[in-house]
Design a binder for this molecule. Structure first.
Ligand SMILES: Cc1cc2nc3c(=O)[nH]c(=O)nc-3n(C[C@H](O)[C@H](O)[C@H](O)COP(=O)(O)OP(=O)(O)OC[C@H]3O[C@@H](n4cnc5c(N)ncnc54)[C@H](O)[C@@H]3O)c2cc1C
Length: 459
């Protein structure tokens, strides 16, 4: 029984936000029914993105709408507010939230008062002040980026196929990925595989005409699957003619030329930046304690250290890894922790409301699975190492078991089954990004966007 009416505010509708809210609405069903509790979820998008499926969405193996979970449907006992928390004054138990409506009204945002705060805004790309990066590169964290990149790669192939200028063709067929973690390696592996397949429908683009380059600052890639499997991945990608450059950095991508620290230069229209993440900047606009890397200082019970009624987990939170041998080690920012932390976090909010003892979060990292294209993968789970088809199969079964809701599982499984029976989809729907362009031209107006891929820009 909750002692008094509890207003719970969840900031973020990703892994932690959605799973915590789900847990809370299940465990507080009675209290919600009696009006003794209220859960509000603030998040910029009306859906949760299952990020491990983004590389397959980019490759066209899963439709974009199947890698997202509609929050209003699954959180049917919560109030979902589409907007962004811009500041939190926890001492006053108030969050400032900017919504599409507040923007139209021209106000700074509205204030939401709460009793319990769950902060889960995740992370953003960790960028560096590299010339040209902000103007030309793209990240790989959202479904929009994944689909935009798919369309972009296919459009580059169309440009290469139709141009007579060898410099334009070369730049169009050069794809540079920076960062060899799972986001970068899987995105590159899946997109290269898709593009290689697509070349069979082009009369003048062959797989060997394309340059796929993976740039990694450290001496290994995919640390998530362990050293041996990381080495295997490098060999496997190089066997596919992918140029993996270890201990190399991107120094510039100004003027659409990628300049690497080993002195090489690649004219290119595609730079994908996946070189790590940092905690969401909104954390700095709160009165809560952050560590030196900007993550929220948390206890193993997922409470913000020394601050009552504030909770956090996932990429935004520095949660002690109580299973680690070394002192002071934090849980890594990944879905494996985020998902399990969300369950404990939801339970602990309920325990705290009921005056019960809190649970400690303890999970030993089980390893990881990664797909590198259709029927290709690499995995290390509980010390078991897998390569090629078995790893890819495990990747699919594991993520199918993890993707939230039965509805999504059924849709993804149906899509994979159908894809096994028919040819791969290789169409680019680039114009989706500028749906009004054609009408603007027809109506005699000036297009509000430049044609997205004007070959003259390229080199
Ligand atoms: C391409 C890719 C592949 C990955 N693959 C794997 C994998 O195979 N295995 C694995 O373990 N991990 C994987 N990860 C990492 C994993 O997805 C993250 O660690 C996990 O999503 C973290 O959960 P989170 O809830 O902290 O953040 P997120 O899931 O990112 O959720 C944060 C949410 O907060 C919202 N938000 C942001 N700012 C605000 C604000 N100001 N106000 C309100 N809401 C806000 C965001 O829109 C988002 O909905 C992958 C990540 C990527 C990008």
């Amino acid at each position: 029984m909750v002692k008094e009416r509890a207003r719970i505010l969840v900031v973020g509708g990703g892994y932690v936000g959605m799973y915590t809210a789900l847990r809370l609405q299940r465990r507080l069903k009675r209290e919600l029914g009696r009006g003794e509790a209220e859960i509000t979820v603030v998040t910029p998008d009306p859906y949760m993105t299952y990020q491990p499926f983004l590389p397959e969405a980019a490759a066209g193996a899963i439709s974009p709408r199947h890698v997202v979970v509609p929050l209003r449907r699954v959180l049917d006992r919560c109030r979902v507010v589409i907007g962004e928390a811009t500041a939190v004054d926890h001492a006053a138990r108030t969050a400032t939230v900017r919504t599409p409506a507040t923007e139209e009204e021209g106000t700074d945002g509205r204030h939401i008062e709460y009793d319990e705060l769950v902060l889960a805004p995740g992370s953003v790309a960790r960028t560096l002040p590299i010339p040209g990066l902000a103007d030309h590169a793209i990240g790989f964290k959202t479904v929009e980026e994944a689909i935009g990149l798919r369309n972009h790669v296919l459009e580059q192939m169309d440009i290469a196929s139709s141009t007579r200028d060898p410099a334009v063709r070369d730049a169009a067929l050069t794809f540079v990925f920076v960062g060899g973690g799972y986001a970068g390696t899987e995105a590159l592996g899946e997109l290269e595989d898709m593009a290689r397949y697509a070349t069979r429908y082009y009369h003048n683009v062959r797989p060997e005409d394309m340059k796929w380059i993976l740039v990694e600052a450290s001496d290994r890639i995919l640390p998530e699957v362990g050293e041996e499997m990381g080495r295997y991945t490098v060999t496997e990608l190089r066997r596919r003619n992918i140029d993996v450059r270890l201990e190399t950095r991107l120094e510039s991508c100004a003027d659409r030329v990628a300049v690497l620290s080993d002195g090489s230069r690649f004219p290119t229209r595609t730079v994908v930046w996946t070189a790590g993440v940092k905690p969401h900047p909104v954390l700095a606009a709160t009165d809560l304690p952050l560590n030196e890397r900007g993550r929220l200082r948390c206890t193993a019970e997922l409470a913000v250290q020394g601050v009552p009624h504030a909770w956090a987990a996932g990429d935004a939170a520095a949660v002690p890894d109580v299973t680690a041998r070394e002192e002071g080690r934090e849980c890594a920012p990944n879905a494996q922790h985020a998902l399990r932390q969300a369950r404990v976090l939801g339970d602990n909010v309920v325990h705290s409301l009921r005056g019960e003892p809190l649970e400690t979060y303890a999970h030993k990292y089980a390893g990881s699975v990664a797909s590198l294209g259709l029927h290709k993968g690499v995995a290390q789970i509980y010390g078991r190492k897998l390569k090629g088809y078995p790893a890819w199969f495990m990747h699919r079964t594991y993520h199918l078991s993890r993707v939230p809701t039965f509805n999504r599982k059924a849709r993804v499984a149906a899509e994979w089954t159908l894809a096994g029976l028919f040819k791969r989809e290789i169409v680019s729907l680039g114009s989706l990004e500028h749906p009004r362009a054609e009408f603007e031209l027809a109506a005699g107006g000036k297009p509000s966007h430049d044609p997205p891929h004007n070959p003259k820009e390229s080199s």
